[in-house]
Design a protein around this ligand. Structure first.
Ligand code: ASP
Ligand code: MG
Length: 420
């Protein structure tokens, strides 16, 4: 008998019929002798609907009082889906009880709309499990030290599930979703993309932060920190498929490199169009410049991703970096109005029509020439590289967004990712 956490995404919970399917699947696992904790998302579209209502009444703003209400509001989506799932399980003849995050409680800090989990008290959940109940815990939410309801950021139910699994030392956390696992790249861009049977936790972390939308990045960080065995699999298989077959399906996120069966050097291609590039041109090459530029950006709470500084010519240099596209206009204003005059820079230029394409693989640690193979393949397609950044297990390039799909497909082929 194992303690298993299931997480179901919004599409898996999207209608009463689908909720019934989830209930039948969970009942199958419980009847096989497992203790079951289930963490559902809100029914698909519900979080957007609720947040949309708020925006109709007052546009989004940076205001703690407003954000508090957004969390109060958005958290109801998961409260509804959780109760519905408990009802569906009861109608399958199972004993089941649902709890909102604050009832467990899942304790978080007070950063409304992007709270972080601090601790989980599992006493109540354990008592229910011991009494033979299937326990449903709402995804996406917790409670802050003042008793306010908080949410964990969009896609946060993944993190709730992994955090519950970590706190309870669950044997496995199964993330059921509308795709059947983690792919070498997005199959909508490259139809030849393959499902990975395993992916290392570090690769998954890179892929999540580089634009793969399968898992919320914080859930992967949690899984890594607490070594939670985690699997991504489909909720659209028939609920009554053989449980052993189901338990082996999807993609397993592994922690040991030698557990990795598929020894490809590059495991996946990630991409995202969420960034914009900014260059401060002609800044004096002297101590303190990076701090003057990026310090001002950080003080405005704007996150910076890639950073490049050129070597100087005639005592002047160019300084480029990327920010989230949503922060592009704000960053440009800030640089033009405050930073540039103070620095005596020549000009500030920006481009939001870029994308970042990355190759990821732990094999890159022990192989040379991987980045150059990437650059060759892009050059063969006539794609100009604007920025490059590397880490031990990834290389990312910034290119014109209109070449994104071409670049992804070329790299997918160059690294033989279409070959099993
Ligand atoms: N319902 C929330 C969202 O749509 C959390 C989640 O689904 O993971 O972002
Ligand atoms: Mg999700």
């Amino acid at each position: 008998m194992a303690l298993i956490v299931h997480k179901y995404g919004g599409t898996s919970m999207g209608s009463t019929e689908r909720i019934r399917n989830v209930a039948k699947r969970v009942a199958k696992w419980a009847r096989a002798g497992h203790q079951m904790v289930v963490v559902p998302s809100a029914m698909s579209g519900e979080t957007n609907r609720l947040l949309g209502l708020a925006k109709e009444l007052a546009p989004a703003k940076t205001d703690t009082a407003y954000d508090r209400e957004l969390d109060m509001l958005a958290a109801t989506g998961e409260q509804a889906s959780s109760a519905l799932l408990a009802i569906a399980l009861q109608s399958e003849g199972m004993q089941s009880v649902s709890y909102a995050g604050w009832q467990v409680p899942i304790k978080t800090n007070s950063a409304f709309t992007k709270a972080r989990i601090e601790s989980i008290d599992d006493v109540r959940v354990r008592q229910d499990l011991a009494a033979g109940r299937v326990v449903i815990v709402t995804g996406f939410q917790g409670v802050d030290p003042e008793g306010n309801i908080t949410t964990l950021g969009r896609g946060g139910s993944d993190t709730s599930a992994v955090a519950v699994a970590a706190a309870m030392k669950a044997d496995e956390c199964l993330i059921y979703t509308d795709v059947d696992g983690v792919y070498t790249t997005d199959p909508r861009v490259e139809p030849e993309a393959r499902r990975l049977k395993t992916v290392s936790f570090e690769e998954m972390l890179e892929m999540a932060s580089l634009g793969s939308k399968v898992l919320q990045i914080r859930s992967v960080e949690f899984a890594g920190k607490y070594k939670v065995p985690m699997r991504v699999l489909s909720s659209f298989t028939p609920w009554d498929i053989d449980i052993h077959e189901e338990a082996k399906s999807g993609t397993l996120i592994t922690f040991e490199e030698d557990e990795k069966m598929e020894q490809a050097v590059v495991s996946g291609i990630a991409f995202n169009r969420d960034e914009a590039k900014i260059s401060v041109v002609g800044v004096p090459d002297k101590p303190g410049i990076a701090y003057q530029i990026l310090g001002a950006v950080a003080d405005a709470n704007i996150e910076v991703d890639m950073i490049i500084q050129n070597i100087s010519k005639d005592g002047k240099t160019d300084f480029s970096f990327t920010v989230h596209r949503n922060d592009f206009a704000r960053t440009m204003d800030l640089l033009n109005e405050k930073v540039m005059p103070a620095l005596g820079a020549t000009q500030v230029t920006g481009d939001a029509k870029i994308c970042k394409v990355s190759i990821v693989g732990i094999g890159m640690r022990s192989h040379v020439g991987i980045a150059s193979k990437m650059f060759r393949s892009l050059s063969e397609e006539g794609i100009n590289i604007q920025m490059i950044s590397t880490s031990e297990i990834k290389t990312s390039v910034v290119i014109d967004e209109k070449y994104m799909e071409l670049a992804v497909r070329a790299l997918h082929k160059a690294f033989d990712l279409d070959q099993a």
